[in-house]
Ligand binder design. Structure first.
Ligand code: PGA
Length: 264
């Protein structure tokens, strides 16, 4: 099974609803026309309703940035999988900013992954080591723990995308090298092969994230192990995000004359 390249923009806590709509408006037509890449926008919760409407009929999909693991009830301020299910296809889970700023544990992430899948939401599940863990040679140990914990008691599924995001590379302008990222992504596949099976380990998309821009995307995408990117800062600039998606199509499908539908 060929892994369809995947690029998601995580807008984090940026854009008012008006700004979010303007950003989508700026990219919509051009992004829609890029074929062969799954394109996902993850705006803040408050913009999901209007952006869901803007994206209808297009090839661009919608994702949320987080979700609670309960489906409803007295959890003031939280957003549930039932609410997201009407609006989104994807949900980012286990992002390092959730882990480190909001105290999300592996156990909570495991609950979220299970409940998302049981409500038809596809997790974009993030893993990654911190700088001190990287420097202490503990990258594999950390990633292994994060993957095994989040997928504990989860049946093999194709409805999962994994993002390898070294914490030291997020928002720092200090991206990993393509080669470094590919080695860790290959390691993640080996964990999936052991936990589930070899076929699913080969089928699942695994992305790189951390200071990806239109200037360095080629380095990642040209690695066969890397199926796409989870993009933060650069996804807030229409031209940058379009550049990332377009180059992804060009590099993954070198035989196609143009990533734009109907153009030579
Ligand atoms: P960044 O963020 O591209 O701004 O480094 C990536 C992410 O946090 O997903």
């Amino acid at each position: 099974m060929m892994r369809v390249p995947f690029v998601a923009g995580n807008w984090k806590m940026n854009t008012t609803v008006t700004e979010a709509e303007e950003l989508v408006y700026d990219m919509l037509d051009r992004l829609d026309r890029v074929e062969g890449v799954e394109k996902v926008l993850c705006p803040p919760f408050v913009a999901l309703v209007s952006i869901n409407m803007m994206l209808r009929g297009s090839s661009i999909k919608l994702g949320a940035q987080n979700m609670h693991f309960e489906t409803l009830g007295a959890y003031t301020g939280e957003i549930s999988p039932l609410m997201l299910g009407e609006l989104c296809e994807f949900v980012i889970l286990g992002h390092s900013e959730r882990r480190w700023y909001f105290g999300e544990t592996d156990e909570m992430i495991n609950k979220k992954v299970k409940v998302a899948l049981s409500h038809g939401l596809k997790p974009i599940f993030c893993v990654g080591e911190r700088l001190e863990e990287n420097e202490a040679g503990k990258t594999r140990e950390v990633i292994d723990r994060q993957v095994m914990a989040a997928l504990d008691d989860v049946s093999p599924t194709h409805d999962l995308v994994i993002a390898y995001e070294p914490v030291w590379a997020i928002g720092t302008g200090r991206a990993a090298s393509g080669e470094q990222a590919a080695v860790t992504i290959k390691f993640i596949r080996s964990i999936l092969a052991k936990l589930w099976n070899r076929d699913i380990a080969q089928d699942l998309r695994i992305l790189y994230g951390g200071s990806v821009t239109s200037n360095n995307i080629a380095e990642f995408i040209s690695q066969p192990e890397i199926d796409g990117a989870l993009v933060g800062g650069a996804s807030l600039k229409a031209e940058d995000f379009l550049g990332i998606v377009t180059q992804t199509a060009e590099i993954k499908y070198p035989h196609l004359p143009s990533p734009f539908k109907g153009e030579e």
